[in-house]
Write a protein that binds this ligand. Sequence first.
Ligand code: GLU
Length: 474
Amino acid sequence: MAQTPRYRFAPSPTGYFHVGGARTALYNWILALQTNGVFVLRVEDTDDSRNNPQWTQGILDALAWLGIDSSDSHFEGPYFQSANAALHVAAAEKLFEQGKAYYCDLSTEDIQKRAKESGKQNERQGYDGYSRDRGLGPGAGHVLRFRVPEGSTIVQDQVRGEVVFDNSTIEDFVLLRSNGSPVFLIANVVDDITQGITHVVRAEEHLPNAPKQQMIWRALGHEPPSWAHVPVLVNEQRKKLSKRRDKVAVEQYRQEGVLADAMKNYLMTLGWAPTGDTEIVPFQKIVSEFSLSSVNHSPAFFDIIKLQSFNADYIRAMSLGDFIAACEPWLLGEKAPWLAEKFDAKVFAEIAPLVQTRVQLLQEVPSMVDFLFCDLPTIDDVSYAKAFSTDWAVPTLVAIRDGFKTCEWKAESLKGVVDKVGEQNSLKLGKLQAPLRVAVTGRSVGPPLFEPIEVLGREVTLKRIDAVLVKKVS
Ligand code: GLU
């Protein structure tokens, strides 16, 4: 019987969960679903100085948000690397006993000095194998190094093809630090072996680790997994996305009101495309079509503008009920800019269709409707100055107000009043309604104006127009 493919995602919880990590997780998840395999989540929490339980929780939450569901039968874990330290050390010691690793007592300064003196910095990247045959055992200040064999190491990579490494460029790397703690290279391999991992799909930055890890796999008596190193994500300057420079946290996009489905779909179009003429496709189509061999080799541009446009499409495709439900975190509770008792769900539901077609992020929703739930809108100075910079602004607004006093209180009739004033003054609706919009909503942009004015009612609308006219005249 064929072996069940076992993929894994092995994040280090050292910061906010990165969009690049989310893409790698999705690749592994999709491949596990596609092959009816297993997705193992392993939290690589061995760097005590940088780990924090908050980051681990952030990873678990973000994965769940993306639909990588820990209750699904394809999901296994989470495992925590720190729990396996004894296994990592035992494996390293086994390599020592078999002569595949050796202890060395040189300090970093000693190594640099030797490299400088020999003038051969490029060979074995600094460390020259000085202790290979010195027969040292464990002891204070001794590190355990892997004895890199002669020849070359070929990594068969599902994205990059065959990648050949000349072993003479790989120094005898450290397995155990001088305090006896295992390094990432061996901990990661031992966990993969212990957890029966058959496929390693991870970020390209780990490609230089692959030959070393492949040597460890073989030295421990196992065939290496199938490798795939996926190209990095870059910003618009083609620089690798960095948490210092770029907005990389999945959580931040979620807070802004990016929908999980839009994020998933967008991440999957970075360096890969589904068949057909649109990139916006159901997740099922991605699961059935995705393949590592069709992932582009070059870095993929993480384009926030494009992500937002995907999101806008996803928002428009929602049912009205789903849209209203998705808006809730921004309408109720802390995020809302109005007092809780002022919010009226019925009023929002009436305007929601107009809002749904105009926002790219759910966080934009409150500013489109706040004028409905605040007593008097705060008018920002720039909008105000702009709307009232003409000599026709005040007289036409007075005429509109007078029309509003008696007209039927329906969106079409309200628009009729404004159209008429427009005709009388030879002004187009777009221009003419700017002062009205600012008076009623406090802003120069927003959803179509007449439906919200209908909802707002005659009394409130007239009060707002008057408040602006008083301010203007005084
Ligand atoms: N813990 C490593 C990282 O977060 C991943 C190692 C791997 O996928 O092999 O970069």
